[in-house]
Design a binder for this molecule. Structure first.
Ligand code: NAG
Ligand code: NAG
Length: 235
């Protein structure tokens, strides 16, 4: 019994040591990100500034590429038409992974992934601006506002000609202009922002009868008014 636990501890120590070696070997990229969500209501503009302090020559020589990844939960979406426009105007290279139905409310929607590809020769300072929309929320008895937490973006990189492995967890992500995916490295960055929560107005079920009745009354008043004009002009 004692023997086997010693052996176990030894194996564990060996594994840790091995891991430490592998981690020390990898190349840690130094990125920082600021994030700001502008606007109110259902239509916002998300802005990021991604900054890197690294050896640019090394970066270019290693043929490194970087993509920005955002996993949008059901209450949030990017509009594929808007993204296509940005693409057409050569402003952004964006790939959306997942179906986006811009009509459905939050409780009927699904999540989707957004990937933005950058021009890797301008790596030091990458500004990014993306229109983000909030979905209507299911009406509640009390109305008011629903809280939606904005997801934290990921930075994925790939350096095919680098002599060192890049530190970061392997993840599958798309390749630009291709329908395939490949392995990217999810790198850590310094987040120069706090978690953001967005407030979105919720329909109030209590108001429904009032809204319905007042719409009906207004409609009636309109009809009576038009009828009265018609009848006076005919006389
Ligand atoms: C990337 O940036 C460089 C330098 O500004 C520019 O010459 C090149 O055309 C850009 N490439 C793309 C694909 O936008
Ligand atoms: C990348 O790593 C961060 C931190 O571990 C994690 O929160 C995020 O979900 C990862 N992104 C992807 C695309 O796997």
């Amino acid at each position: 019994m004692k023997n086997s636990s010693t052996c176990f501890a030894f194996v564990l120590a060996f594994l840790c040591f091995n891991n430490a070696l592998a981690n020390k070997d990898c190349l840690k990229l130094d990125f920082s990100v600021t994030q700001d969500i502008q606007g109110y209501g259902f239509h916002r503009v998300a802005k990021w500034l991604i900054e890197a302090s690294l050896n640019k020559e090394q970066w270019v020589k290693s043929l490194c590429e970087i993509i920005f990844h955002l996993n949008l939960p059901p209450p949030l979406f990017v509009n594929p038409d808007e993204v296509a426009d940005l693409k057409r105007l050569n402003k952004l290279d964006v790939v959306i992974d997942g179906a986006v139905d811009i009509e459905v409310p939050a409780h009927k929607a699904t999540e989707h992934n957004v990937y933005v590809f950058f021009n890797n020769s301008q790596i030091e300072k990458l500004p990014l601006s993306l229109p983000i929309h909030l979905r209507y929320q299911r009406a509640q008895i009390t109305g008011g506002f629903a809280k939606v937490s904005f997801p934290k973006p990921s930075l994925l990189t790939w350096c095919p000609k680098s002599q060192h492995k890049i530190c970061g967890k392997e993840v599958k992500a798309p390749v630009l202009h291709m329908t395939s995916t490949k392995i990217w490295y999810n790198i850590s960055y310094k987040a120069l922002f706090d978690d953001i929560e967005l407030y979105v107005p919720v329909g109030d079920l209590d108001h429904y009868p009032i809204v319905a009745i007042s719409t009906l009354l207004l409609g009636c008043a309109g009809c009576i008014y038009i009828l009265s004009i018609l009848s006076t002009t005919h006389l």
